[in-house]
Design a protein around this ligand. Structure first.
Ligand SMILES: Cc1cc2nc3c(=O)[nH]c(=O)nc-3n(C[C@H](O)[C@H](O)[C@H](O)COP(=O)(O)OP(=O)(O)OC[C@H]3O[C@@H](n4cnc5c(N)ncnc54)[C@H](O)[C@@H]3O)c2cc1C
Length: 410
């Protein structure tokens, strides 16, 4: 990487972790007038990024990364136990960006800026220089090097979302740690996906099969999704919301059976695979305090009831840059209190198995206009729309869950 540094040096901003959130922040900083007067250090253990994830998100109009959108869908479908429903997504589109396009686009632009520096290293510690005076900034340490910054933006999780073993070890450490946070629900949204290529045309590229619950539920909530990229190619992903991740062979077994059943006598090849475990929880994964701010998954950008994070990371990073431009104190919170409450209720119902996930999502999609559901998923629904969504659930399920969450016993 160019512009690298190994000596003790000072920067205005240090971005610790150059993944989804770190690079989004860098993107908005590069689009801001404050960049010209600031120095930035970006640190990651590896800038040799691979196509390790695809990001899908709900969007209206042009996104900040419209040129990177690999495919979009204007119709989705939901399937559960004899229930099959197609829903047009307008005014939303469901968009997909490939990780590698995102990483390359932002990193190549950043490399041309003389005031953006890069350090490839495993960060060992981040600490405030003087706890009694946060204006002195913080120090970031790695083997053989240290840098200081006035503001540090960290997305260094204690596990890796694309390595199931590290997620599993993290769950274990939470269970071994007898902390009060254990009383709060924690589920993994874990999955394995394959980009499959058929010789013949088998997909409708306009329709994303968003949730097909006709798959083994693993004693929890599980569904398959099919995101066609053209008539012959699609990302097919087996996704589970549960407390523990599976052995990799279990996802493969279900994917094999599903593809054989959906496309009998059709040959396909596997062009690419992705795996992941996204935390679905309102447990704080790290504290955020001046001058060290957490962003992305570490910074509570993930919507706890769905695992969606990409758009919330964009909101979080845009807000941070606006606050820096205006000289305001940094607020990284991105989910409003009302939607956090609904997320907590849904998570409570899923975590305590009060109702099957398949039944919840089937009812929500069956009883509401698609646009209302997408607004709810994007945290942009009004209070009346929220009530409408929650009324889709049986009162005997929703009410006790809401009361438990409201009174703090989750
Ligand atoms: C496979 C996969 C698919 C996903 N798909 C979607 C989706 O479709 N829609 C959606 O909304 N969300 C999705 N997510 C969830 C979320 O949007 C992503 O995980 C997103 O990448 C989170 O961004 P982040 O910056 O918090 O973490 P990451 O993108 O994981 O970035 C963290 C960075 O920190 C670096 N790092 C970690 N530890 C160290 C260290 N000690 N020293 C130096 N560097 C370090 C890593 O190398 C990495 O570059 C997906 C997640 C995964 C794993």
């Amino acid at each position: 990487m160019s512009n690298s540094t190994t000596n003790l040096a000072s920067y205005d901003y240090i971005i610790a972790g150059a993944g989804g959130a770190g690079l989004s922040l860098l993107h908005y900083l590069m689009g801001s007038s404050i960049l010209s007067t600031k120095s930035i250090l970006v640190i990651d253990k590896s800038f040799q990024k691979t196509n390790d994830r695809t990001w899908c998100f709900w969007d209206i109009g042009f996104s900040a990364f419209e040129n990177l959108v690999h495919h979009h869908w204007d119709t989705i479908s939901i399937h559960a136990d004899g229930f099959n429903k197609e829903l047009p997504t307008a005014p939303f589109l469901y968009k997909m960006i490939q990780g590698i396009d995102f990483y390359n686009s932002i990193l190549s632009k950043a490399k041309s800026k003389s005031n953006i520096h890069f350090q490839e290293a495993i960060i060992q510690d981040i600490a405030v220089i003087d706890a009694s005076n946060v204006n002195k900034g913080a120090r970031v340490e790695w083997e053989g090097g240290t840098a200081t910054g006035n503001y540090i933006f960290s997305s260094l999780l204690p596990f890796q979302m694309n390595q199931l073993a590290t997620a599993s070890a993290y769950s274990q450490s939470l269970q071994n740690n007898n902390s009060s946070s254990l009383k709060m629900p924690f589920l993994w949204q874990h999955f394995k996906g394959r980009v499959v290529q058929f010789d013949t045309e088998v997909f409708n590229k306009r329709i994303a099969k968003l949730m097909d619950f006709n798959v083994p539920q693993q004693g929890a909530t599980a569904f398959m999704y099919q995101l066609p990229l053209n008539e012959k190619e699609a990302l097919v992903e087996y996704t589970i919301f549960s407390e523990n991740v599976l052995d990799i062979s279990e996802y493969d077994k279900v994917l094999d059976a599903y593809l054989t059943n959906e496309f009998p006598k059709q040959q396909y090849s596997i062009a690419h695979e992705e795996i992941g475990a996204i935390p679905m929880t309102q447990i704080s994964l790290a504290s955020t305090q001046a001058p060290i701010y957490t962003i992305g998954a570490l910074g509570a950008a993930i919507k706890a009831s769905t695992g969606y994070a990409f758009q919330f990371i964009q909101d979080q990073c845009k807000n941070i840059v606006t606050q820096l431009e205006n000289g305001q104190s940094i607020q990284t919170q991105v989910h409003n209190t009302r939607h956090q409450f609904y997320d907590a209720v849904l998570l409570h119902i899923l975590f305590h198995h009060k109702m099957e996930g398949a039944a919840i999502f089937k009812r929500i999609f069956a009883k509401n206009k698609a646009v209302t559901v997408f607004k709810f998923l994007s945290n942009t629904s009004s209070i009346l729309e929220d009530i409408q969504i929650m009324r889709s659930l049986p009162t005997r399920i929703f009410l006790p869950a809401a009361l438990r969450v409201f009174f703090g016993s989750r």
